[in-house]
Write a protein that binds this ligand. Sequence first.
Ligand code: GLN
Length: 266
Amino acid sequence: MITVGVLALQGAFIEHVRLLKKATEQEVSGEWDFIEVRTPQELAKCDALVLPGGESTTMSLVAARSDLLEPLRDFVKVHRKPAWGTCAGLILLAESANRTKKGGQELIGGLDVRVNRNHFGRQTESFQAPLELQFLGEGAAPFPAIFIRAPIVETILPHQQGVQTAESERDDTIVAPSRKTKDAAAEAATAENVEVLATLPGSASHIATQGRDVNPDLEAGDVVAVRQGNVFGTSFHPELTGDARIHAWWLRQVQEAIGKQEKLAS
Ligand code: GLN
């Protein structure tokens, strides 16, 4: 049995649980348990974790108040258990993010990237774009990606290995505190490079803007999905669609990662 947690402090966690269940009913074999995570005790039961979209500042404040920030950092960065962040969740998993006017928040980290929050502007600049996702397989239909005050991955950072980088010197930036991995399997997972898994389509004119003008900031080629070893992040919200393909793909990644860790541990 593999237990997958969905961080349920704020945001679209119910939607993630629904699509994870749909993915296992339709496409992924094995025995799964999906739980909502609000406490360190619940997190301790999880083999993998989803961090939903919502509001990253609120999520990190509630996580700090619930004594979850450190356990979350251990989960992602020390033990390198599989984690997937969508939108606000991606922000929390970034090693570095821009500070917004409201002030920054504490990051968990795990992905050696800098994200630019609210890259496309405000709520009214939300849009949907069809994304070609190679990882869903040859000839897969485009994925209907929903972007709501979405971040993008602006820079891929040099792998940190616990060393403070130039990022932490910048006034406009918040960085995640570094943590060291402890075992061989986690070490192997940390050494992976950041892979770009999706960018916005070739031309901004492909993007459906629900009748509004295309936001001039919206650039073709913006990075909207990345993976580094066991840590995966998407700028958009697969949980707000009825399409369970990314959830199914990620659950298969989780199965593989757990298989690899068991092999290395034996
Ligand atoms: N802009 C939001 C933040 O900073 C994220 C938006 C979302 O998750 N839809 O947390």
